[in-house]
Write a protein that binds this ligand. Structure first.
Ligand SMILES: Cc1cc2nc3c(=O)[nH]c(=O)nc-3n(C[C@H](O)[C@H](O)[C@H](O)COP(=O)(O)OP(=O)(O)OC[C@H]3O[C@@H](n4cnc5c(N)ncnc54)[C@H](O)[C@@H]3O)c2cc1C
Length: 459
């Protein structure tokens, strides 16, 4: 094997998580090599709404000017539009003066990467792919990258895998994952004036599955339609019921866009790797787990991983094994909570069954009738609130509102018989169990972690 290039840290993948990690670790004084295969983001459907914590973290990392350069649109919160209830809209705003940003994905990431290339201790190798891992032990990581047919050998004490949800590094390490394919997404652009609530991310929930829409630049909005697995964009024409949840004139604008442009497609998946560190390799961003985009939390979470890694290395005085243990502990609750939140929302908005119908009703009632409901949900949705027990508590409150709706239906002798209402109620209560279980497991893990951290500290 030829001679090795040595560097303090290597990051594989220059998406939002990789760029944020490069800036975060260079702030600690490390020399960083950022390697990216150069996938064509112009053809991809990916994150375009960044919650306020993601915006704030990027500014802390010095990306303020890069954000200004991408002509993003301010986002005040979400408008949830229910076409089954005559387009009744629930507006959920971020707390305080917080604002998110919606930005065209390719422009956003290329702006981040250009900013990273200007950082003093960072070297970027574009169009370069990690192809082989040779060693990953206490001495460090050795691997091969290929650029234009030329191979290079690299050695580093810390390899950060930010190579996305299909992470090749994760596969090379043999890390198992729980993978569930949920649905597909078709994305087109429309005139932003077709969206009814300017300054808001839109979730249209009256159809079989949620339709998401955000302005991504002045006058232009991206609309993403969730369609069943195995369907194609053409089916939006053939099966107009897929757009049932979308009011006019947006529905017409979507159909017109399908004629005008090649729609972008993506699959919607939940992926939960069994572990996010192995030896001297650490996973960040989608490589470390992803979920349905209904909560728009992937980018804020990946950027928060970069912050967690920075803080863990700083606290551990650059002792890598100790820092990686801290990283695992620091991000665990946030990750569990955001994935549970996305899964709960997606189920409420996409499963056509009486219990999920009751959950949807409970959710809308909770937001409309409780003084704190909307605020608490936005804290969870925006990834600001990371505690799993809060997620479980909020879910139980929604269940309570759902049961309330079923009870008043029973007493008012509306359409459905008693048996159906009982089935809905039982299903609704049962649906809370995984969240309560997750909360209990999280509590135990946190207690164990605090105990081990205390022991490590005393050593
Ligand atoms: C339809 C859809 C809508 C979404 N909407 C939102 C949203 O509104 N808000 C939000 O926050 N999130 C959203 N997400 C999620 C968001 O897109 C992701 O969380 C985010 O892009 C992940 O960033 P990342 O840096 O982890 O990985 P990626 O952005 O996937 O970047 C991975 C990088 O790794 C590189 N790479 C891969 N393999 C190698 C290799 N072997 N060697 C070198 N480089 C390699 C690739 O070239 C790529 O540049 C959405 C996702 C989907 C699918």
């Amino acid at each position: 094997m030829g001679s090795f290039l040595n560097t303090d840290v290597v990051i594989i993948g220059a998406g939002p998580a990789g760029c944020a990690s490069a800036a975060a670790l260079s702030q600690l004084g490390h020399s960083v090599l950022l390697v990216d295969a150069g996938q064509d983001r112009g053809k991809q459907l990916a994150g375009e709404l960044l919650h306020p914590p993601g915006v704030e973290d990027l500014r802390t990392l010095g990306f303020g000017p890069a954000l200004e350069a991408c002509a993003g649109q301010p986002v005040l919160g979400f408008a949830v539009v229910d076409t089954r209830r005559e387009q009744r809209t629930t507006q959920l705003t971020y707390n305080g003066s917080s604002q998110g940003l919606s930005l065209e994905h390719a422009r956003f990431v290329s702006s981040l990467l250009e900013a990273v290339e200007r950082l003093p201790r960072v070297t970027v190798w574009r169009k370069t792919r990690l192809t082989e891992l040779h060693r990953n032990n206490a001495e460090g990581v050795e691997f091969t990258v290929v650029c234009g047919g030329e191979q290079r050998q690299v050695r580093t004490p810390l390899l950060v895998a930010a190579d996305g949800r299909n992470s090749f590094v994760r596969k090379l390490l043999g890390i198992q994952e729980r993978h569930e394919r949920l649905s597909s997404m078709v994305g087109v652009t429309v005139d932003a004036r077709a969206l009814p609530h300017a300054g808001h991310g839109h979730i249209f929930i009256g159809g079989n599955a949620p339709v998401l829409a955000y302005a991504i630049e002045d006058g232009v909005a991206r609309v993403m339609v969730d369609i069943p697995l195995g369907s194609t964009a053409k089916q939006l024409h053939a099966s107009p019921e897929l757009l049932n949840g979308v009011p006019q004139p947006l529905r017409g604008a979507i159909l017109e866009a399908l004629e005008r442009e090649t729609p972008r497609m993506a699959s919607n998946d939940t992926r939960l790797p069994q572990r996010v560190t192995q030896g001297r390799v650490v996973l960040v961003g989608d490589a470390a787990g992803c979920c349905h985009p209904v909560s728009a939390s992937g980018m804020a979470s990946g950027i928060s991983d970069a912050m967690a890694l920075q803080q863990s290395l700083r606290e551990s005085l650059n002792n890598v094994p100790r820092a990686l243990r801290r990283y695992v502990q620091r991000r665990r609750s946030a990750q569990r909570t955001r994935i549970a939140m996305a899964s709960a929302l997606y189920q409420a908005f996409s499963i056509q069954r009486e219990d999920m119908d009751a959950l949807r009703t409970g959710l809308l009632r909770y937001w409309e009738e409780s003084t704190t409901g909307g605020r608490n949900s936005m804290e969870l949705l925006s990834t600001r609130e990371t505690r799993m027990w809060v997620m479980a508590r909020e879910y139980m409150r929604v269940v309570g509102y759902g049961i309330g709706a079923l009870t008043s239906e029973a007493f008012s002798h509306q359409r459905r018989d008693f048996e159906t209402l009982m089935r809905a109620g039982t299903g609704l209560v049962t649906s809370a169990f995984p969240h309560l279980q997750g909360s209990a497991r999280g509590g135990l893990e946190d207690a164990f972690t605090a105990f081990s951290a205390g022991r490590e500290w005393r050593r």
